[in-house]
Design a protein around this ligand. Structure first.
Ligand SMILES: Nc1ncnc2c1ncn2[C@@H]1O[C@H](COP(=O)(O)OP(=O)(O)OP(=O)(O)O)[C@@H](O)[C@H]1O
Length: 539
């Protein structure tokens, strides 16, 4: 490798010859990883390459079958996360583990009461840490009031409070909007300036190149390169990941028709707690062959918009039409059967049975479809057909799995997502409601998913695309709307809109041009936007 990294002094972490096998899969094979103290080290690789497994080994969640772990020059056996914490290693998971109804202080001290108690000493320590690393965490704030960026900073503070000198972050930017990503990177730079070490997993290669001092590339369980980011492009990295040259992204012509498939008319959703409306007069039409992208800071009504469309919640006013049929009071099952595909934001809670085999997951949500039933009176699930369907999805959507009989929970995150996309797309829906469809998938799989969506759009699919990834929104959408405090902005043209314009509309900054941005800053009402670290989103 031309851009090799040179190491100096005793590394913070050295993994040597790490091998980890699962039934039918070698997740890590003879991995070598050297992380220098006071650096930010990125781990990249395709879905299922073995990144999470490696980080779980370093955090004591899983034990390697072979290999050694050396922390600050001492060989360690990490049997549990407590062992890792004792060795100065902390980990921030992608799914935050904070209790909403507790304060920041209560969340931080939970399980670590012995360190500084639960009162003023703890409060002082939290303030100290927050100040030294510029985290902007206020100990007495209620977590429920905080936005995603702030919650992540609390998670980071939690591990620092427990004495971590090495902080592992699993895809930390996947849930953040661009401004929050910049803030996080500022925080990471502060950590390393203070001599701490950061190891993070990411699929966003441009971001990796921006913040990392060194990058380790993993392919199919093995280390293939350690790269100095200087002079390397995202494309170079992607090619190292997949081990071949990538096709160039293709440009696309408009396929928008004037046939409305999904119409949302003056739809509002009251807040059961009596606060500001969760959705406020939403008007939106999706035509055949059209992708409508929704941008916004998380917690501004995206989830509720999806819930009213999918029949999980009934709107307080307004109508939702599928074609010309009013579906406002339909149940989820009726809506799905009428031809709406659904890729939910939280795949663990809403899309998969983690303990069930892949093929059972493939008929999930469609058990009552006639096509899935067999036997006298059509009362039995047709397992053979479901298995065949699963094999085809695995093949067509490149789901990396040892077999279709393993549980969906054993697949890597990106491969779970590919399975869900395959399940939804193979039913040829008329409308697809997709929340963050490529979250957690690698660049190769991402462009494959984009191609599937583009292909279906050419054939007349209408798509509602909710995404935190502006590149995805701009690349796929025919028109982009911004959601802010339950209201939708006017149309932004993805061909001309800038990131700054979208960012301004998303945070409600005045002067957002290019469309009639909905709502303005009201002074008392925060959106969890970047810039004000302790402000919360409405969630
Ligand atoms: N608990 C488990 N049981 C069985 N197989 C597992 C388990 N955990 C991971 N695997 C397998 O190990 C391989 C590596 O998975 P891992 O989650 O480490 O990949 P990853 O690089 O983090 O992927 P992604 O980017 O999709 O999150 C995959 O083939 C996965 O199916």
């Amino acid at each position: 490798m031309t851009h090799r990294v040179t190491h100096h002094g005793t590394p913070a972490v050295e993994l040597h010859g790490i091998t980890k096998r699962f039934p039918g899969v070698v997740a890590n094979k003879d991995i070598e990883l050297t992380v220098d103290r006071g650096t930010v080290h990125a781990i990249v690789g395709e879905n299922g390459a073995g990144k999470s497994t490696l980080m779980k080994i370093l955090y004591g969640v899983q034990q390697p079958d072979e290999g050694t772990i050396t922390v600050d020059g001492t060989v360690r056996t990490l049997r549990t996360p407590s062992d890792a914490i004792a060795a100065g290693i902390g980990m921030v998971f992608q799914h935050f583990q904070l209790a909403d109804n507790l304060t920041v202080l209560e969340n931080v001290v939970l399980g670590a009461e012995k360190l500084h108690g639960i009162g003023d000493a703890a409060r002082r320590r939290i303030r100290e840490i927050s100040t030294s690393y510029g985290l902007g965490v206020e100990p007495d704030a209620l977590v429920a009031d905080l936005g995603v960026g702030a919650r992540q900073r609390i998670e980071i503070l939690k591990v620092l409070y427990r004495g971590a000198k090495i902080v592992i972050l699993d895809e930390p930017t996947a849930v953040l909007v661009p401004q929050e990503v910049d803030e996080l990177f500022g925080n990471l730079r502060e950590l390393k300036a203070e001599g701490l070490t950061v190891v993070f997993i990411s699929h966003k290669l441009d971001e990796v190149l921006k913040v990392a001092d060194a990058i380790t590339v993993i392919r199919r369980g093995s280390t293939v390169a350690e790269v100095d980011p200087k002079g390397v492009t995202p494309r170079d990295l992607a090619e190292l990941m997949v081990g071949s040259e990538l096709p160039s992204p293709s440009t696309d012509e408009s396929t928008v028709t004037d046939t409305p498939l999904l119409t949302i008319e003056g739809t509002s959703l009251a807040d059961p707690a009596g606060g500001r409306a969760l959705l406020d007069g939403i008007d939106l039409v999706i035509h055949a062959g059209e992708v409508v992208g929704i941008a916004g800071v998380e917690g501004n009504g995206q989830a509720e918009l999806v819930e009213v469309i999918m029949g999980m919640r009934e709107p307080s006013s307004g109508r939702i039409l599928l074609g010309d049929v009013d579906t406002s009071d339909w149940q989820v099952r009726e809506i799905r059967e009428a031809g709406i595909g659904y890729i939910p934001e939280d795949r663990h809670r809403h899309a998969l049975l983690l303990e069930a085999p892949l093929w059972e997951n493939v008929i999930l949500g469609h058990q009552t479809d006639r096509a899935n039933l067999t036997g006298p009176g059509g009362l039995l699930i047709d397992a053979a057909a479901a298995k065949q369907e699963t094999r085809e999805i695995v093949e067509q959507f490149d789901v990396r799995t040892p077999s279709i009989d393993v549980t969906s929970g054993s697949l890597s995150g990106g491969n779970q997502q590919k399975l869900i996309i395959g399940r939804e797309m193979r039913r040829n829906p008329r409308v697809l409601v997709a929340a963050h469809p490529t979250r957690g998938v690698d660049v190769g799989a991402q462009s494959a998913i984009w191609d599937h969506i583009k292909q279906a759009r050419r054939e007349g699919l209408g798509v509602l695309l909710i995404s935190a990834d502006l590149e995805e929104l701009v690349g796929l959408s025919d028109t982009i709307r911004v959601i802010l405090r339950g209201r939708l902005s006017g149309d932004f043209d993805p061909d001309v809109v800038t990131r700054e314009q979208l960012g301004a509309a998303m945070t409600g900054a005045t002067g957002a041009t290019g469309a009639t941005a909905a709502g303005g800053p009201t002074g008392t009402d925060h959106t969890g936007a970047a810039g004000t670290p302790t402000d919360g989103g409405s969630r």
